[in-house]
Design a protein around this ligand. Structure first.
Ligand SMILES: *Cc1c(COP(=O)(O)O)cnc(C)c1O
Length: 428
């Protein structure tokens, strides 16, 4: 059986209607080089969404490759349940050094979803162990925190989340950007709310919705005033995407719990972390028989290969002055997007740093306009993946200015091609 046939026979792809998938030729990625993906026939594509928002310094970065290989010569996996190892220790130290002030403890897991699940469970258990039953969370409308059931419970994207409602706990949904509404919810549910959970500055999966300036800081102040914990999900925004290492730095906010994943290993291996404060950590201390233990952990928690990749990824941030060199590229990207915003089919371009959402005018769902744009872009040499009718651009931070130009050009051409193709006109 050839590869395509075997894929169609056995693979079930995430977030994919398999009926459509099997009707189209798949792009089979064979290898990668820098910020390009290369297919089986040697065709190259700019990795326009950082292999789903996680690649940072490019693919096959010599520094990160070497670190993973060196770790492979020591041990590929050993558990953190009852044992410990050098890469997990070293990375915890480094994360605390770069994290917003006050975050001193690192709990590992292996995806963004588990990082947020862990934050929710920690917040709940923290209050419980102080003698308070606080089982409610405040989340933002259109929030996305992952696909496991706890993360879905605090999610607010109807298409992904509403079907599962009977399986979920109820979250209080606040209107993003509306400080008054947040305040009303916290006041009305005094003593019931364990934490507010939010994506700081940009709601990614919602279609790159950008919070108004000052909102994050206002929510932090409200949480303090109402004695509620703040969980920041920086799974998408973390590791430089907004122009700073963490998005919350823009408003000088420190959360009580911080969720990290995607970019942490530079897009190499699955690894996540939930960081928290000494205060919350100490709430879990006690005699063994008091059962204040955090009873949570995954088999591959803190995997050594992944931790080695993450350490090297942080080294590269320093050695290549990644964030410094990103600033002029953020400016260039802003300029490149101006003509895109004035295309007649484009409703709005939203951006914060290297996170871009190009929202198109409404099209009937069955036209799958976002998908058509993906196919047009592929023909022109770029891989992008839209969210519904929002075309997302989130290139690796290491992308060259030349490739950045090319990526935006291809995107603009693809939007025009896909929205003007005869197939889109209503049948006579
Ligand atoms: C992608 C994402 C998640 C989920 O991460 P996974 O590793 O896919 O489980 C959670 N929160 C945000 C903000 C994300 O963008």
């Amino acid at each position: 059986m050839d590869l395509v046939a075997a894929d169609r026979a056995h693979l079930w792809h995430p977030f994919t209607q398999q009926r459509g998938w099997t009707g189209e030729p798949p792009l089979i990625v064979e290898r990668a080089e820098g910020t390009d993906l290369v297919d089986q026939d040697g065709r190259r594509y700019i990795d326009g969404v950082s292999s789903l928002w996680c690649n940072v310094h490019g693919h096959r970065h010599p520094r990160i490759d070497a670190a993973v290989r060196a770790q492979l010569d020591r041990v590929a996996h050993s558990t953190l349940l009852g044992l410990t190892h050098r890469p997990a220790i070293g990375l915890a130290q480094r994360l605390v050094e770069i994290a917003p002030p006050g975050l001193t403890r690192v709990f590992y897991s292996d995806s963004g979803s588990t990082a947020t699940e862990i934050a929710l469970k920690m917040a709940f258990q923290f209050w419980k162990q102080r003698g308070e039953e606080r089982a409610r969370f405040v989340a933002l409308r259109s929030a996305y925190h992952g696909d496991t059931l706890g993360a879905v419970s605090v999610g607010g994207i109807g298409l992904f989340h509403s079907l599962y409602r009977p399986l979920l706990f109820d979250a209080l949904m606040a209107e993003p950007g509306d400080v008054r509404h947040m305040e009303e919810l916290l006041a009305a549910h005094r003593g019931e709310v364990a934490a507010v959970i939010m994506e700081p500055l940009v709601q990614g999966a919602a279609g790159m919705l950008v919070n108004p300036d000052g909102y994050l800081r206002a929510v932090r102040e409200l949480c303090d005033r109402h004695d509620v914990l703040l969980i920041l999900d920086e799974v998408a925004t973390g590791f430089g995407r907004t122009g700073r290492m963490f998005a919350c730095e823009h408003e000088r906010v420190s959360p009580d719990l911080l969720c990290l994943a995607k970019g942490m290993t530079g897009g190499y291996l699955p690894l996540a972390a939930t960081l928290t404060t000494e205060l919350i950590y100490e709430g879990f201390l006690g005699e063994f028989e008091e059962f204040r233990t955090f009873f949570h952990g995954h088999t591959y928690t803190g995997n050594p290969l992944a931790c080695a990749a993450a350490l090297a990824c942080l080294d590269v941030f320093g050695e290549e002055r990644t964030l410094e060199r990103l600033q002029p590229k953020i400016e260039v990207l802003g300029g490149l997007l101006e003509p895109v915003a004035s295309l007649p089919v484009v409703r709005e371009v939203r951006r914060r740093g290297f996170m871009v959402g190009i929202e198109l005018e409404e099209h009937p769902t069955e036209l799958r306009i976002g998908h058509r744009i993906t196919l047009e872009a592929r023909r022109r040499g770029a891989v992008i993946r839209p969210l519904g009718d929002v075309v997302v651009l989130m290139p690796p931070l290491a992308i060259s200015e030349q490739d950045l130009r090319r990526l935006v050009e291809i995107t603009a051409e693809s939007i025009v091609a896909a929205t003007s193709s005869p197939a889109l006109r209503p049948a006579a």
